[in-house]
Ligand binder design. Structure first.
Ligand SMILES: [Mg+2]
Length: 270
């Protein structure tokens, strides 16, 4: 075990997958599942606004679906009693197909069955997408950092997709662990890694969503944001500057604040 640990989010951070997954899979499958073809453009726009271009960027698919359903209901596009779903989201410690299946066994809720079906269709649609690649500079930066730090994937995507993407792109050999949707929220994943004995100031979370920063804050570790639509520059900055600061213990404070500020400004401009 190394002294330092770097946690890396996958979708939209290391892998250039966010836009196509949301615009071609999540949103369109929602349109299909709820028969919203007449409002297709509006639903897709709401989905993207919530999951890509606002502070909820990077949200897990299930709370993302709830927010989009609520936004559709507010606009009179959708009529649905989502109380079974909201209750599950409130009570479940993790949001995954497996956790949802368990709840369906307990309750038999038709709405939850429909949501599981949607989620399975999303997985199938994602599987059928052309292969995605890491952003430029990711491999070099991970290789460089792996000399000094343990690396772990911390993602809310499903494990199968992560293993496939990280395996195919040859990045999997650089990471010590993959913490996926089935391990719980990102903050739970980071806490579990901290239990292995890393000092909090020696742990850096890299992500492309405000939620990644919040998970880091909750665990008391550092956060390096990958700025939307400036991903390549962000990874270069990490390799050339930020990572060295992390090792030198000069990352925390003013420098981290600057990085976060740049990231939030870019998100709000969308
Ligand atoms: Mg992400």
């Amino acid at each position: 075990m190394k002294k330092y640990l770097v946690c890396v989010d996958s979708d939209g951070c290391a892998m250039d997958t966010m836009d196509c997954k949301h615009k071609l899979c999540f949103g369109p499958e929602m349109v299909k599942a709820w028969g919203l073809e007449a409002y297709r453009e509006e639903v897709l726009k709401l989905w993207s606004q919530i999951s890509l271009y606002s502070e909820t960027r990077g949200i897990n698919r299930f709370p993302g679906l709830e927010l989009t359903m609520k936004a559709c209901m507010e606009r009179g596009i959708l009529e649905e009693d989502i109380s079974d779903f909201s209750l599950w989201l409130k009570e479940s410690p993790s949001f995954s197909n497996a956790a949802l299946e368990k709840r369906i066994e307990e309750t038999g809720s038709p709405l939850l069955k429909k949501i599981l079906q949607w989620s399975l269709c999303v997985n199938a649609a994602i599987k059928a997408l052309p292969d995605s690649s890491p952003f430029n500079g990711v491999k070099e930066t991970l290789e460089y950092m792996s000399q000094y730090a343990d690396l772990a994937v911390v993602s809310s995507a499903n494990r199968e997709a992560l293993e496939r993407e990280w395996g195919r792109t040859g990045l999997i050999s650089l990471v010590k662990e993959i913490m996926a949707q089935d391990c719980g929220s990102k903050s739970v994943c980071i806490s579990r890694l901290l239990e292995q004995g890393y000092e909090k100031d020696c742990v850096l979370m890299i992500g492309d969503a405000p939620g990644d920063g919040k998970a880091a804050d909750k665990c008391g570790v550092l956060f390096f944001p990958v700025v939307i639509q400036e991903e390549e520059q962000s990874w270069k900055c990490l390799k050339d500057q930020a990572f060295q600061r992390f090792l030198d213990r000069t990352y925390k404070g003013e420098y981290e604040k600057e990085q976060r500020h740049k990231f939030m400004s870019a998100l709000k401009q969308k």
